[in-house]
Design a binder for this molecule. Structure first.
Ligand code: ZN
Length: 417
């Protein structure tokens, strides 16, 4: 354990718990009461300096993470992903600065590798042999990959209709894959039951507080890559709300340590067919009163009927003066090639949703033209080729047989001469 880690605090009711008293969520609030991991910031400030960090992976921030002993770190390289200055994109939107934090460059192709690395490190500390999770695909692939790197068994509950590339990853990594004939929420319920019944360690997003602690490292890196400065606004696509919560925690930690001067505004983006957090934010609903909503969207990674980390996600937006916006599937599909053509970054639908959300936020005046904006690139476009092909259905290629005259005809027609 990190010696500066002091206790858990429920994100909903604020009750605190000793580190050995609870495992997952607040006993008083139940599943909605996800837990914050609290540190002694005054002591950390004295013990750790930002210019003394070592290594180029998420373990660079070990002094600020719950598991800090190197013997527990999985060997797969996770984190320290590139921050790309998207100058063409910024110019097109008439914004001063747009940064893309490209977490599709993690080993299994998504930001979820950060949470899985942290949970597996914790599992090694606890000396457990089986980890289970429910997932729309990316968290599962991340867990399967990181488990393979340390020889731990991963049992995955995943909707049978998840994109084939994601299921292929699970099988290739040797995970035990249980295909659920239902939604992510159905898979989640089954994984909980299995975890309780068999005593398996559960990685479930949000419910396991180590997931937030892993994901916060993306915010750490983003600030360090900007010379210890936070952007004015960070845009994140939202399903369970845990990535948004993780970024909020990362900025919070750095602000408490005095390593950044202020918190950014956080803007969460949901798909119109799975938008309970947008509704809760618009209506001022408290997290414990949020009712289960729809799960209909092409962006499978952000399809969540009752987001498990709703308490932290709503708090992240409310406390930072941010906003929630919703985008339609048509807007998400259009965003895939639009983002790729302006930046060279190929995002999966759930991640392109963040770009669609950026367009909407600019249109609504939620972002000023003199502000700096960062977008979290949460998953690779190669994860969902079906979605990508749908997004460029009208483009197509030009058949030329084996005939140069046909090539010349296309070149002439396109005005490339
Ligand atoms: Zn509570």
């Amino acid at each position: 354990m990190n010696p500066y880690l002091t206790h858990y605090r429920c994100a909903l009711c604020g009750r605190t718990y000793a580190l050995d008293a609870v495992m997952y969520t607040c006993p008083h609030c139940g599943a909605v009461g996800t837990l914050d991991m609290c540190y002694d910031y005054a002591a950390l400030r004295r013990a750790v300096a930002p210019d003394a960090l070592e290594g180029f992976s998420l373990w660079r921030y070990a002094p600020l993470l719950p598991v800090s002993a190197p013997e527990h770190f999985p060997p797969l390289h996770v984190g320290w992903t590139p921050l790309i200055g998207a100058t063409r994109l910024a110019a097109a939107l008439k914004l001063r600065e747009v940064w893309l934090k490209d977490d599709s460059r993690n080993p299994t192709g998504s930001l979820k590798d950060r949470a899985s690395a942290m949970v597996v490190a914790r599992a090694r500390q606890l000396d457990v042999s089986v980890i289970t999770t429910a997932s729309t695909g990316n968290a599962a692939a991340a867990l399967a990959g990181v488990c393979a790197s340390v020889g731990m068994r991963a049992v995955i509950f995943v909707p049978a209709k998840a994109p084939p590339a994601k299921i292929a990853q699970l099988l290739v990594y040797g995970a035990t894959v249980l295909l659920v004939d239902g939604t992510y929420d159905d898979a989640y319920a089954l994984s909980l039951q299995a975890s309780a019944e068999y005593g398996w360690y559960c990685r479930n997003t949000g419910m396991n507080p180590y997931t937030t602690e892993g994901k916060k490292t993306a915010a750490f890196e983003l600030c360090e890559q900007l010379a210890w400065r936070a952007p004015d606004v960070l845009i994140v696509s939202v399903g369970d709300g845990n990535i948004l919560a993780g970024q909020h925690k990362g900025f919070y930690d750095l602000h408490q340590l005095g390593w950044i001067e202020r918190m950014p505004r956080l803007i969460g983006v949901q798909a119109a067919g799975s938008d309970v957090l947008v509704r809760a934010w618009e209506d001022g609903t408290s997290a414990d009163a949020v009712q289960r909503g729809g799960t209909q969207t092409i962006a499978d990674s952000i399809s969540a009927g009752l987001p498990s980390d709703r308490a932290k996600a709503l708090r992240a937006v409310r406390e930072t003066g941010g906003a929630f916006v919703r985008v339609t599937d048509a807007e998400i599909l259009a965003a895939i090639p639009a983002l790729a053509r302006l930046s060279g970054v190929f995002a999966e639908p759930a991640c392109a949703a963040a770009y669609a959300g950026l367009l909407k936020a600019v249109e609504r005046g939620l972002i000023g033209s003199d502000e700096s904006v960062a977008l979290l690139i949460t998953g690779s476009g190669l994860k969902d080729i079906g979605g990508a092909m749908q997004s460029v259905a009208e483009a197509g290629g030009y058949p030329v047989g084996r005939d140069f005259a046909a090539v010349h005809e296309v070149v002439r027609r396109l005005g490339l001469l």
